[in-house]
Design a binder for this molecule. Structure first.
Ligand SMILES: *[C@@H]1O[C@H](CO)[C@@H](O)[C@H](O)[C@H]1NC(C)=O
Ligand SMILES: *[C@@H]1O[C@H](CO)[C@@H](O)[C@H](O)[C@H]1NC(C)=O
Ligand SMILES: *[C@@H]1O[C@H](CO)[C@@H](O)[C@H](O)[C@H]1NC(C)=O
Ligand SMILES: *[C@@H]1O[C@H](CO)[C@@H](O)[C@H](O)[C@H]1NC(C)=O
Ligand SMILES: *[C@@H]1O[C@H](CO)[C@@H](O)[C@H](O)[C@H]1NC(C)=O
Ligand SMILES: *[C@@H]1O[C@H](CO)[C@@H](O)[C@H](O)[C@H]1NC(C)=O
Ligand SMILES: *[C@@H]1O[C@H](CO)[C@@H](O)[C@H](O)[C@H]1NC(C)=O
Ligand SMILES: *[C@@H]1O[C@H](CO)[C@@H](O)[C@H](O)[C@H]1NC(C)=O
Length: 912
């Protein structure tokens, strides 16, 4: 006989706790359960193996079972619970030996590590059970087949009549003779037709037919062509109505071999399994009119339970007029839970293997025994997993417990950051997993991983708190079905170990600096100033410098920058602030830093010798709406030449833009202011006064002014008021004595041509006037004796050689003639008393700087003897006075040799 599929079971990795394996005998154990033999295989022996089952017949031939043969021949293989495999054989199974009321079944189990069953180990088990007495009709509803056996007997009256000869049989029914079996044919009653099959054809169609000494047997797998679904009391039955013809002695007899088994009838309400079985099924009771219940019994796993046992397990068996109902609380003793997966979700189902035995007597059939085995599996129930975070902050270990699971679940893989690793491999990634078993047949898994593991995400939360996130997906397998499911775990632990960045701020003359030391939370924080992200790319545009060496971030911003805030302008300085925010782009966690410094206001102003003033006004924080491009000078037509968001720079000459000028005895002061008017408002909201001070002396006092808002004034910008006294070679004043030509040698009758000039500022509105000029023997202006040349701008009247003034005209060298004065002096002037010759002379002039235009605040100079307008009205106001000196001039009485000159020179040096 050709056998199809080998019935194989892969039993993998089932965990068998000690309580279950303890004291268990051998790999296979058997149990007689009325008309069944049960052989239980210990998983401990058959773990991780492929199994095949064979039934061994009386001649010792092993018939390997597949599912079809098993259901045709009365065998069932099932998982009785998650750690046992159960083999059941009907008393009337094909290969059993039946002697009197004892049946013997022998099975052979092959176990191999590979599906092709190579190198299989072979285990034989034989067992005999007593079963009896047999009822007239026995109906069996197994999980994979229906079975009916009916006593074959010939009524006594009929026996007496039988006299025919065997030969007549052969002639009449050759098919019956040729068939080995005593069954001849079977007729199925279907609603539309009756179908007769010979034994061999019925066998081929999957039916199990045979006779024993006393009984006719029909076994029908569910879902054969001749099964019908019929309803009884609302419950669906799978039913086959058939008549079996067999020969008995010399007669052909027919027996009704109808069988019906319920295929539903199980309800789940209020945590209760309710199994309802109608008592009298039409298909089984055709022709009967009176019924009598003989026995209703029920049990679990083919063990009958007493009334007391049922009560203690809270089972309820009720036998009503036409139905038997069995109620079992979900979770009750006798069943077990198994893990199940539904749409990827993990849950459980409760399984219980109930059975019911109903015996009744009716007036047609006599005693019928109906045994129904019902494997019940409750609907999927989602299990809420509990994730407990017991992380040990001091040991810096994340300790997460996930549970609870049934024992049929095993953790196999962990997926971290998209990478899946097995449990042993996970250890190398820092993930240790442990199983915790609980007394109630459940367990949990514990994951240990260091806070510092690379895959633990660290994030700054607030204050000094960082969160550590464990994000792992656990993958489980369920035994023995090999279904899988996964459980994502995300747990957060808050740890007070955040170190925020800290900063040191300082300034130098030109810039503000922040040096930030990174903490442990800000590696990806970005620097912002007024909402503007500082990037190396923008550094050039905004003229800041930014560098980060991994541990430190250094930022420098120049004093004049749109990135700064100008808090106030004061004579003491301009208060500029750098407000920097380090910010996490995602969490927006941030920390602010600032540095403020006072810069000298002179940073804002430059006064050039050529009279150009450059002033930069800065926008103050409190004038947020100020538009720097609308800043103006006193003369509102003077607009900034360069504007940024925070600054406006003006460049103009002291001669323009409404610049006011003031004099005193040592300096000229130019004043102006940067002003801002709000539209429609005539009084300025911003006024920055500034001053350019050109002084004659190099040492200058610093003057501070304070004004109330909105006026700000700053320390003046300084320039110098430069004067010179130069000696020329002739009256044309085109050739002057160069520095290297000093000391200049002159003879007594020779003339000296002097020119006094105001070198700067180049303000055409200024005029230089001479006051006194005099000669001394030494460089010092104050040394004695002194020879007066000019007094109050006029020649020395005592001097017989009058000083001659020369007019100064415009030329390429002379842009402002009013800035120059020229005069000539003869050397006779310096003969003291007799003919005493002064060997070396220095010339000095004091000058006064005047205004060429009368201004109300101006004063008027006296200009008496030198060319120019004569102003006789004397001002009492101070006026800038300065002094200029010439280099040395050597006086010679007569022409001498060069050598002599040198000697004299040396002698004079010695004398001094
Ligand atoms: C019927 O049973 C007899 C005895 O047990 C056996 O020898 C025979 O093979 C069986 N026939 C079938 C078709 O199973
Ligand atoms: C992890 O937590 C469990 C449960 O609280 C505890 O039994 C175990 O000792 C902890 N492990 C560590 C390393 O802290
Ligand atoms: C575990 O991982 C292995 C290899 O990465 C994979 O073959 C297997 O299917 C995974 N098992 C489960 C239950 O996810
Ligand atoms: C956890 O990791 C997965 C895969 O890497 C990712 O898609 C998911 O967003 C992460 N969850 C959290 C809360 O970080
Ligand atoms: C970064 O710069 C700071 C100071 O500017 C210095 O102290 C530190 O050592 C530098 N770190 C590295 C890694 O170069
Ligand atoms: C005056 O001097 C400054 C500085 O040297 C220069 O920038 C400016 O252009 C000069 N102005 C004039 C009008 O020459
Ligand atoms: C002249 O004015 C300047 C600036 O205002 C001041 O510093 C200086 O002291 C004044 N000199 C005299 C002699 O008043
Ligand atoms: C002095 O001598 C030089 C040449 O030695 C001559 O050129 C010059 O005119 C003389 N001066 C006088 C005043 O004699």
């Amino acid at each position: 006989m050709e056998l199809g599929l080998v019935l194989r079971f892969l039993v993998t990795g089932i965990f068998i706790s000690e309580t279950w394996t303890h004291g268990r005998p051998g790999p296979m154990s058997s149990e007689c359960l009325e008309n069944f033999l049960r052989i239980t295989l210990s998983v401990e022996y058959f773990e991780d193996k492929y199994l095949s089952f064979s039934a061994v017949d009386q001649s010792g031939i092993a018939w390997e079972l597949d599912e079809a043969l098993a259901s045709q021949c009365g065998y069932t293989v099932t998982y009785s619970s998650w750690n046992n495999i159960e083999f059941r054989a009907s008393a009337l199974s094909c290969h059993s030996r039946l002697e009197k009321d004892t049946f013997t079944v022998t099975i052979q189990v092959k176990a191999s590590h590979t599906p092709d069953m190579k190198n299989a180990s072979i285990h034989l088990k034989s067992a005999s059970c007593h079963y009896g007495p047999w009822s007239l009709r026995e109906l069996l509803c197994e999980t994979n087949y229906m079975e009916v056996s009916v006593r074959r007997d010939v009524p006594q009256t009929v026996k007496d009549l039988i006299q025919e000869e065997p030969e007549d049989w052969t002639l009449a029914f050759p098919e019956a003779k040729s068939g080995e079996a005593s069954i001849w044919q079977i007729v199925f009653h279907q609603p539309e037709e009756k179908r007769a099959l010979l034994v061999s054809d019925a066998w081929s169609a999957g039916y199990g037919l045979n006779t024993t000494d006393t009984r006719i047997l029909l076994r029908v797998p569910y879902n054969t062509a001749q099964t019908q679904l019929v309803k009884a009391q609302g419950i669906t039955f799978s039913a086959v109505r058939s008549s079996t013809f067999y020969k008995e002695q010399w007669m052909i007899l027919m027996v009704n071999t109808a069988v019906a088994c319920p295929v539903d009838g199980v309800d789940y309400t209020n945590k209760m399994i309710i199994w309802t079985v109608p008592k009298y099924i039409q298909a089984l009771c055709t022709g009967a009119t009176s019924f009598k219940d003989i026995l209703v019994e029920a049990g679990v796993n083919l063990h009958k339970l007493s009334v007391e046992e049922m009560a203690s397990r809270k089972y309820v068996l009720s036998n009503d007029f036409d139905v038997i109902t069995m109620k079992v609380p979900i979770g009750a003793e006798g069943g077990y839970y198994k893990t199940s997966v539904n749409s990827g979700q993990h849950g459980t189902r409760y399984c219980i293997n109930l059975f019911l035995e109903h015996q009744w007597e009716d007036n047609k059939w006599g005693l019928t025994k109906h045994t129904i085995i019902k494997e019940i599996e409750t609907p999927f129930e989602l299990v809420e997993l509990i994730v407990t975070n017991n992380s040990n902050l001091s040991a810096r270990i994340m300790n997460v417990t996930v549970g609870t699971f049934l024992l049929d679940v095993e953790l196999v893989n962990l997926t971290v950051e998209g990478a899946t690793v097995t449990v042993p491999e996970a250890v190398q990634h820092g993930y240790q997993t442990y199983e915790i078993k609980y007394a109630n047949q459940s367990k949990a898994y514990v994951i240990h991983v260091s806070f510092d593991a690379q895959s633990i995400k660290k994030e700054y939360l607030r204050d000094d708190i960082r969160t550590y996130t464990l994000n792992v997906t656990l993958e489980f397998i369920i035994h023995p079905t090999s279904e899988t499911f996964s459980v994502p775990i995300v747990t957060l632990s808050a740890v007070k170990d955040a170190v925020l960045p800290s900063a040191r701020g300082f300034c130098d003359e030109n810039s503000l600096h922040l040096h930030i030391t990174h903490g442990n939370v800000d590696q990806n924080w970005m620097p912002f100033i007024s909402g503007r992200h500082l990037t190396p790319g923008a550094a050039e545009k905004y003229n800041y410098s930014l560098s980060d060496n991994g541990t430190h971030l250094a930022i420098s911003v120049p004093f004049l920058s749109s990135l700064l805030d100008y808090e106030e302008i004061h004579t003491s300085g301009v208060l500029a602030s750098l407000h920097l925010t380090l910010k996490d782009g995602v969490t927006l966690a941030n920390k602010n830093f600032s540095v403020s410094c006072r810069f000298s206001p002179s940073e804002l102003i430059q006064c050039f010798p050529n009279g150009t003033v450059v002033i930069t006004a800065v926008k103050l924080v409190r004038l947020a709406d100020l538009d720097t491009s609308l800043l103006v000078l006193s003369d509102r037509n003077c607009k900034p030449s360069l504007v940024t968001e925070k600054t406006a720079t003006f460049k103009f000459n002291v001669n323009t833009c409404g610049t006011r000028r003031k004099f005193n005895s040592t300096s000229i002061t130019y004043e102006n202011e940067v002003i801002y008017f709000r539209t429609g408002n005539d009084s300025p909201v911003y006024k920055l006064k500034f001053v350019c001070l050109y002084t004659i002396k190099q040492t200058v006092d610093v003057r501070y002014e304070t004004k109330n808002n909105p006026s700000s004034s700053i320390k003046p910008g300084f320039g110098s008021l430069d004067l010179s006294l130069k000696l020329f070679k002739d009256e044309s004043y085109s050739d002057l004595y160069q520095e290297l030509e000093y000391p200049v040698v002159k003879y007594l009758k020779e003339t000296l041509y002097f020119e006094v000039e105001l070198l700067q500022p180049a303000d055409p509105r200024l005029e230089l006037n001479l006051e006194d000029c005099w000669a001394t023997n030494s460089k010092s202006q104050d040394s004695l004796p002194q020879w007066p040349i000019l007094i109050n701008g006029c020649g020395n009247s005592k001097d017989s050689h009058r000083t001659v003034f020369h007019k100064v005209n415009y030329s390429t060298r002379v842009k402002f003639p009013q800035h120059l004065k020229r005069f000539e002096v003869t050397m006779f002037t310096f003969i003291e008393g007799t003919t005493q010759l002064q060997k070396q002379l220095y010339f000095h002039c004091s000058v006064v700087i005047c205004s060429t235009m009368p201004q109300p605040s101006d004063f008027l100079c006296q200009r008496s003897c030198n060319p120019g307008k004569h102003r006789l009205d004397r001002s009492t106001e101070p006026q800038p006075h300065g002094q200029a000196s010439s280099g040395a001039v050597l006086i010679r009485k007569e022409n001498m040799t060069g050598r002599g000159t040198a000697e004299m020179w040396i002698n004079r040096q010695h004398l001094n």
